[in-house]
Write a protein of this length. Structure first.
Length: 562
């Protein structure tokens, strides 16, 4: 880190009065802080590593208070990182003076995935609280399952090959198995073992294994070809919950917690198809009239959802630790979430999941690939992104929580009439279409990274960096963080404007209310052709401006002239 980067980092922490996820502040005015191993562990385990800033006091608004003994702190930290952390942590120091006070940045490098988790040796890896993870700007001890997740990623997982001792060959669907084997004999003519006796074939395919004098199904074999796998693993299923609003806390007008609640059981292929069909049926549709034909357009593209549900079933963790957990599909008014047990596996991260590929469940994936349920070539993520772009929706968001992995689809159209109206105030700026889309994304999600810009606009890192800098130079976004921790957020001068930009839609709503005496959210959606959350924004703005006021609650709420 260069000195000017250190100064910029201090400025940003002071400006926002908070510690970003990749930054930890320590005073160190009285010498080496007593407890540093937790931050060293957390940042070494964090994708991209992190920075510890010495010489700022959070209790004083992150004011610069100086570092007591620079030389001693560097010696103590270097010794801690080299001798007491397992594996040893690579650190780099940068020192400068701000307001005649010494400040120091300690860069902690991420360790390779095959050596995680990094932990403090005196406390041990398990049970002693020596391994930490970064969460919401703080360091917390890892759970036993998070530790297991890291350790199991070092070598190929085999839990899908576990023998289901309680099951027998009678628990497999013979017709489904026969069809599968017939298909393999056509697609793999060189595999002569497929013509062996059936028990031998099933063992060679890891659908079954020999146990003493019996042949027993494996977990993968049972999940793919079982008559009813949930007899043995009740929680290895897919659930669907539809909520009324945008949070789990919002209740329906009748006080119910959710609108719908379903579970899908059976073998994996059947679960995927039933869940997909049900979710597609549950979502809202819009209509497009083309000549004499009417086309119903679903809220979320089917191809994207199919890939997400199939990937959740294929890549979830089937280890004994989480066989009591299920794949969850949650539908809210503004988004759809698909969450599966187990974080990303192997060397795959949020940033590289489009290029890198690592399979947790090799046998299960091969069976699903043979049946054309998935493509074991890392193409699922790209298919999701492509389907969302084609529907004019923003890319899905991916969240690796180590204990689980979540995909979130948002249903708001990127270039809605309201977003375009907001963008029109920058018509004099020399922006290309990609920059305009990114500006709408930042407005919606508060920040954007180089990786997110690339995913949003299908460009390389160099182009993304250049165009993001162009938005900074235009005064529309601001850079936060430095180097690999950089992200961009809406300029302070524009944060208020997103609530203040007038649109013709507001005038149309007011005219409708004056003419009809009142209007509901649904009537406004029909009037303007916008989504529910967009109408909510417009109605709230008109109420805040004292032009309308709400009357009634829940679905019966309507708006009248004040």
């Amino acid at each position: 880190m260069e000195r000017d980067e250190l100064r910029e980092l201090v400025h940003q922490v002071q400006q926002h009065r908070m510690e970003p996820d990749a930054i930890e502040v320590k005073t160190a005015q009285g010498g080496t802080p007593k407890k540093l191993y937790d931050s060293l562990s957390a940042f070494a385990n964090r994708p991209g590593g992190g920075v510890i800033l010495f010489g700022l006091d959070e209790r004083k608004g992150f004011a610069v208070v100086g570092v007591g003994d620079l030389q001693r702190i560097q010696e103590d930290v270097a010794s801690l990182a080299r001798n007491e952390m397992e594996p040893p942590v690579t650190v780099e120091f940068t020192v400068d003076e701000i307001n005649d006070q010494a400040v120091m940045a300690l860069e902690v490098q991420e360790i390779s995935h095959d050596r995680k988790p990094c932990f403090y040796k005196p406390k041990g890896l398990r049970g002693g609280g020596g391994a930490y993870i970064r969460c919401g700007g703080t360091d917390r001890p890892m759970t036993d399952y998070e530790i297991f997740g890291y350790v199991s990623s070092r070598s190929q997982s085999r839990f899908d090959e576990d023998i289901v001792t309680e099951a027998t060959l009678e628990d497999l669907d013979l017709a489904r198995l026969t069809s599968y084997l017939d298909q393999l004999r056509v697609s793999r003519p060189q595999a002569s073992y497929l013509n062996s006796p059936q028990d031998e074939v099933l063992k060679r395919l890891a659908i079954c294994k020999q146990v003493s004098d019996e042949v027993k199904p494996t977990l993968a074999g049972l999940m793919m070809f079982g008559k009813y796998p949930q007899e043995f693993f009740p929680q290895l299923m897919v659930t669907f919950v539809q909520y009324y609003g945008t949070t789990e806390d919002e209740h329906t007008p009748r006080g119910e917690r959710f609108v719908d609640n379903q579970r899908f059981e059976g073998p994996v292929p059947e679960m995927i198809e039933r869940a997909l069909t049900y979710v597609m049926t549950s979502m809202r549709k819009s209509s497009l009239i083309d000549g004499l034909l009417r086309q119903d357009i679903p809220e979320y593209p089917q191809e994207a959802l199919r890939e997400a549900i199939a990937n959740a079933a294929a890549h979830r963790d089937y280890s004994p630790h989480v066989r009591g957990s299920y794949v969850q599909i949650r539908m809210f008014a503004n988004r759809l979430e698909i969450q599966s047990p187990g974080g990303l596996y192997g060397n795959v991260t949020i940033d590289n999941l489009e290029e890198e590929h690592s399979t947790r469940n090799v046998r299960l994936m091969r069976m699903m690939e043979d049946l054309h349920i998935v493509e074991n070539r890392g193409s699922g993520i790209k298919a999701m992104l492509s389907a969302m772009r084609a529907a004019n929706l923003e890319p899905p968001q991916f969240d690796d929580r180590r204990a689980s992995f979540k995909v979130t689809f948002h249903n708001h159209t990127m270039m809605s009439p309201e977003a375009i109206a907001w963008l029109n105030q920058f018509a004099d700026k020399p922006l290309n279409d990609r920059q305009r889309v990114a500006l709408v994304y930042v407005r919606q999600h508060e920040k954007i990274t180089n990786n997110q810009y690339r995913r949003l606009n299908r460009v390389d890192a160099l182009c993304a960096g250049q165009e993001l800098r162009g938005l900074v130079e235009a005064g529309l976004i601001e850079q936060a963080g430095i180097g690999r921790w950089t992200h961009y957020q809406l300029a302070e001068s524009l944060k208020q404007s997103k609530e203040q930009v007038p649109t013709n839609n507001e005038a149309r709503i007011l005219a409708y209310v004056r003419e009809n005496g009142s209007a509901t959210n649904e009537q406004c959606r029909t009037l303007l052709g916008l989504e529910e959350h967009q109408i909510y924004y417009l109605l709230k703005k008109l109420c805040d401006e004292d032009q309308l006021k709400p009357s009634g609650k829940g679905r019966w709420r309507k708006y009248i002239v004040l």
